[in-house]
Structures are given as C-alpha cells and as structure tokens.
Write a protein that binds this ligand. Structure first.
Ligand SMILES: [Zn+2]
Length: 198
C-alpha cells in the first residue's frame, strides 16, 4: 500500500494524467483526513474549486489542495510527536496518563478523524492547518466550555458514534477538550445554556 509521500509525488507529477493525479489525492485521504475521508474530500473540492467529475480540471488546483493537506499533516504529526514525548517523560516520572485523552489519541493516531464530521457536507471552511492549530491549542490548554475549533457554544450529543458534536461547524469534539460541565450540558441536549431565557 502506497504511503502518503509517494501518493503526494504522484499528485505533483506532470507526467501523470489528471484523473490519476486526482485519484492519488483522494488516496492521500486514506492516510490523513482530519474530518474523515468524505468530509475532508468535500472540503478540499470546495476550497480549491474542483468537482469529483471535473473533466477540464486544472492540475494546479489539485496541487494547491495537496499543499493544504500536507501542511495540516505536518502540523498534526509535530503535535503527536510532542504528545508522545511528553507521555514518555511522564511515564518515567511515574505519572499515570489521562484516560480519555490517551484513548482518543490512540483512536486517531496519524490524523484520521481527529475532528470527524459525520455529515460530509458540514465541516469548517477555514484552511485545515488553521483548524488543527486551534484544536491543538485547545487540547494543550486543557478542557474548555466551547467548541475547540470555532468557539461555538452549541454542542449536542449526536451521531452514530454518539458523542459531542458542534452545532456550528459540524465537527465531532474530542471529549478530552470539554469540561465535565460542558459534556453534561451536551448530553442533556441543551445546546446553549442561554437558549431557555428566550
Ligand atoms: Zn465548532
């Protein structure tokens, strides 16, 4: 199975035909797709203005989409390395890990479904590296009250995996990024604590 880097080389290869270059970009998402495969593909298609069946596709758009994806991957892998190093240090010092955060990291290791969007058409429209930087900042800061990606307060328990989902940008929020109060509110289905005042 080809790795991310060799697939990326194919996307950039002017000697390959455009359909194969698009196919290779799509295959990259099997290695790294922060919103999950379909939603990340939808994001790249919209942001770089190409369709899945585009016959007159300008390969420059595929390369621009790959640039965005690669930058996001570098941001994420650097964070994973820092996280792993911190855990090793803590283990040596005899400290126990944080259960929820460790479990979550194991599930999304490598960057798949970090902030999964169950509906492939509903996801943040900002550049992926920026979204990941915001998420990482929030994770490093510790649990908060709002969505770590868009700061929206409307978080509800949803989706087939049943977990906190942001009602504004559509991402599945890692539980470790929310305080126990925010989790309890999401579970109770109260998207916004102020909504009842209306
Ligand atoms: Zn959000």
């Amino acid at each position: 199975m080809a790795g991310f880097r060799s697939l990326a080389r194919q996307v950039r290869d002017p000697g390959c035909d455009t359909a194969l270059r698009r196919y290779s970009l799509r295959k990259c998402l099997e290695r790294f797709a922060p919103y999950g495969h379909r939603a990340t593909w939808d994001h790249l298609c919209r942001r770089h203005r190409f369709g899945p069946e585009d016959r007159e596709l300008d390969p420059g758009r595929l390369v621009a989409a790959l640039d965005e994806l690669e930058e996001a991957r570098a941001v994420w892998l650097a964070y994973e390395e820092r996280f792993a190093a911190r855990r090793r240090r803590e283990k040596q010092e005899g400290l126990r890990g944080l259960g929820t955060l460790d479990d979550w990291h194991r599930r999304v290791w490598g960057g798949n479904g970090v902030v999964r969007c169950e509906d492939p058409a509903v996801h943040p429209s900002d550049p992926l590296p920026e979204v990941l930087r915001r998420l990482i900042g929030a994770l490093e800061q510790g649990p908060g009250e709002a969505c770590p990606v868009c700061a929206g307060p409307r978080i509800a328990w949803e989706g087939p995996g049943l977990g906190p989902v942001c009602g504004d940008c559509g991402v599945g929020v890692p539980r470790a990024a929310l305080t126990s109060g925010a989790l309890a509110r999401a579970r109770a289905g109260r998207r916004c604590p102020l909504a009842s005042a209306a």
